[in-house]
Design a protein. Sequence first.
Length: 46
Amino acid sequence: VECPLHSAVFSLQSGEALEAPAEDPVPSYPVIVEGNDIFIEVGGQD
């Protein structure tokens, strides 16, 4: 995925920075698609 502000490119699967100017990875999250619904697992509730 490409950042529209800086044109940095990141892996959708891992968040790894693939193209400059990015150097650090960004968080990535498991996604489940069920019919028309999309669920993103962002961590448990504390």
